[in-house]
Write a protein that binds this ligand. Sequence first.
Ligand SMILES: Cc1cc2nc3c(=O)[nH]c(=O)nc-3n(C[C@H](O)[C@H](O)[C@H](O)COP(=O)(O)OP(=O)(O)OC[C@H]3O[C@@H](n4cnc5c(N)ncnc54)[C@H](O)[C@@H]3O)c2cc1C
Length: 324
Amino acid sequence: MLDLLIIGAGPAGLSAAEAAQQHGLDYLVIEKGTIANTIRQYPVGRSMFSTPNEVEMHEGTLKPVREKPTREEMLSHYIHFVLDLDLRINTDEEVVAVDGNINEGFVIKTDRSEYTAARVLFAIGAMEIPRHLNVPGEDLPKVHHLFVDPYAYVRKDALVVGGGNSAAEAALFLSEEGARTTMAIWREDWENRDPKAGAMKHWVRTPLEAEIKAGRLRVILYKHVDEISEREVKLTTEGGEVLTLPNDVVFVLVGSDADLTLLKQLGVKMDSGKLAEVPVYDPETFETNVRGIYVAGHFTHARHIKAAIDVPRRIVPLIAKELK
Ligand SMILES: Cc1cc2nc3c(=O)[nH]c(=O)nc-3n(C[C@H](O)[C@H](O)[C@H](O)COP(=O)(O)OP(=O)(O)OC[C@H]3O[C@@H](n4cnc5c(N)ncnc54)[C@H](O)[C@@H]3O)c2cc1C
């Protein structure tokens, strides 16, 4: 039986793996994608909002060319962290069920195998379930809920729906790289200037406004998307006008949620957070109401990468102490 099974190899899972190794625990990380899978899904070349000290695994080890690291520099940093420490991670393996209890141990089923562990740490992030508009045509292959690069859409009609930084960045990148881009955004998001309330960062808004001024990017303050078809999108503006836009590709970037199914099946209680459900856990130990089941990272209240790295360093030593 393993001491600790960690689900997810994002910053939280990697930090937990290192702490487990340092404390001599018999641990394993199971990751359904690749190391730092969420970061791999950022747009290519994207600069982080955070400075190196907020995202690096050890002080002074991430040395970006510019002030803030790019997606590629982040990926390389996390991958070399795993290689240098020789952390135990199974990639391309998905946890599909967790059962059991603290007395007899937990049984973790994956799409490849089955493990038993004394403790389980969920570090599953909050990217599993992209939010949908739930409109006709959203299941067409031209509709994406993730934006990675703009190069397939040069001289094509692209629509980006959403009001946060990811949507704004995608619209900017598409427009700069020659897609005829329209951004559909709600007025409250467009006028939001409060960084704490998720307002567009100024280094995204300024070039975005320059694209609009140059006539390359169109912003529509919309009420709802009515329908997506092969060659068009029909939407209703905030004034009630129905517009039919020529369209080749749609990016629906309205956020995503964690998949909390496995936690719920174990009996972990949920709180209704500001935007999404958050598991109930002890703020000191990050243990949930189900003894032996722990949470860390983006789907808890400690959301940013810095906290995702810091929290496992606090809680894994507590787990090790308890197991000894
Ligand atoms: C476009 C974008 C830009 C961002 N920019 C910043 C920024 O500048 N600064 C910042 O601090 N934060 C930023 N974030 C947020 C940041 O990515 C998260 O805070 C960070 O990834 C959280 O780390 P984590 O380890 O909690 O989760 P994740 O990095 O999401 O890792 C969770 C991992 O768990 C895996 N997983 C999930 N379910 C299973 C399962 N059942 N079985 C096996 N594996 C599973 C996933 O594949 C994933 O690799 C950004 C997010 C996005 C989308």
